[in-house]
Design a protein around this ligand. Structure first.
Ligand SMILES: [Ca+2]
Ligand SMILES: [Ca+2]
Ligand SMILES: [Ca+2]
Ligand SMILES: [Ca+2]
Length: 364
């Protein structure tokens, strides 16, 4: 079976086992990161912008030194501006017990320009050095970290491969190393780690997953017309604010109604609400209706009454309908695939003491 991109609207790959062994060490995914070993190289993918995604590496207690490096800081110059790579060693040493011993962070400030910061103050007077290489050439160095965070900037032109040797600790430590990535969202992101002394991989790698490397895969189909779920995603809503009854931008229009009326759930647009006009015979409501919403609603009605406590209802259907039992007329202009123009005429004869109210009711 071969699927083209248009046939795979969304794919979620979930790793069930958060820990895998690589280079003789236990590697645990942090946050939402996914770990795989491909061609004998550890890859960390599915990295988001929270800074909580990454990999934790448990080091044996008897280890007295450990060194790691990013083989390519910014493969092809594709890292977004604002992205950062952060490495922290957790353990006991200096004045720290089971805490952060040292931190090194590289932030992409703009194209070809990075800031390297390091903080080894928990190790007291120990002096540490962070070096950045382009190929075999030393291009930047931060040293003497005992106290405040120190930083330096480095310009890296083009897509030159840069390795940085952030941590080399010779204290007695019982540690794990957390490497987290954040600051902005990566697309097609990948971090490759290789054990010390191993041959450098060629970047960027082409990732091929075999069935055994994919513990579970969920393919979610979204039909062409797209329902409420698709609409929320296209509108930029997230699981935190995409509920039908939620109103994230607080314009008084819940998401389901925004969907129906072709509104913007993240912008104030009360202009989408039905307008009311009055002539000699009718109270007339007019509004737009999204075709996708029309298909998904199980209830579409105009309610009307002479008070705000007692309502009658007339169904709003897919096409125009002549006067119903209440004399209510619904006119639908389809407008092709564009939102429909809906006009609902409610007879003024339903008014009592000059009062007549109308409102839209939908449900799914
Ligand atoms: Ca709203
Ligand atoms: Ca809105
Ligand atoms: Ca329609
Ligand atoms: Ca239409």
């Amino acid at each position: 079976m071969q699927l083209t991109a248009s046939q795979i609207p969304s794919i979620t790959i979930t790793s069930e086992d958060k820990t895998l062994e690589y280079a003789g060490l236990a590697h645990t995914s942090l946050g939402n990161a996914t770990l795989d070993v491909i061609d004998n190289k550890l890859t960390v993918s599915n990295l988001g912008s929270s800074g909580q995604d990454g990999v934790g590496i448990a080091l044996p207690a008897e280890l007295s030194a450990w060194e790691a490096h990013w083989q390519d800081l910014d493969p092809g110059g594709m890292l977004p501006v604002g992205a950062y790579l952060k490495q922290q060693v957790i353990g006991t040493g200096g004045t720290v017990t089971n805490g952060v011993l040292g931190t090194v962070q590289v932030t992409k400030e703009n194209v070809g320009n990075y800031t390297i910061s390091a903080d080894f103050s928990p190790l007291g007077s120990n002096t540490r050095t962070v070096q950045v290489y382009r190929g075999s050439t030393l291009v930047a160095e931060v040293t003497g970290q005992s106290g405040a965070l120190c930083a330096t900037s480095v310009s890296i032109s083009g897509s030159a491969s840069v390795g940085w040797w952030p941590l080399y600790l010779d204290v007695d430590f019982n540690v794990s190393v957390n490497i987290s990535i954040g600051g902005t969202t990566y697309l097609g992101d990948r971090v490759v780690m290789i054990p010390e002394g191993a041959a450098a991989p060629t970047l960027p790698l082409t990732v091929q997953l075999t069935a055994s490397q994919i513990p579970s895969i969920t393919i979610t189909s979204e039909d062409a017309a797209g329902g409420y779920a698709t609409w929320t995603r296209l509108q930029g809503l997230t699981p935190a604010n995409n509920g039908p009854a939620q109103d994230p931008e607080a314009d008084g229009i819940i998401n389901l109604m925004e969907f129906y009326l072709n509104g913007n759930p993240l912008a104030l647009d009360r202009s989408i609400l039905p307008t009311a006009t009055l002539d000699a015979d009718y109270l007339t409501l007019r509004f737009k209706r999204l075709d996708a919403a029309e298909l998904e609603m199980t209830q579409q009605a105009v309610q009307f009454g002479a008070s705000l406590t007692s309502w009658s209802a007339s169904v709003i259907g897919p096409v125009s309908s002549p006067p119903d039992g209440n004399g209510v007329i619904v006119t639908v202009s389809e407008n092709g695939a564009d939102p429909d123009d809906i006009t609902v005429q409610i007879p003024r004869s339903k008014a009592i003491a000059g009062q007549l109210f109308g409102r839209l009711q939908i449900g799914k």
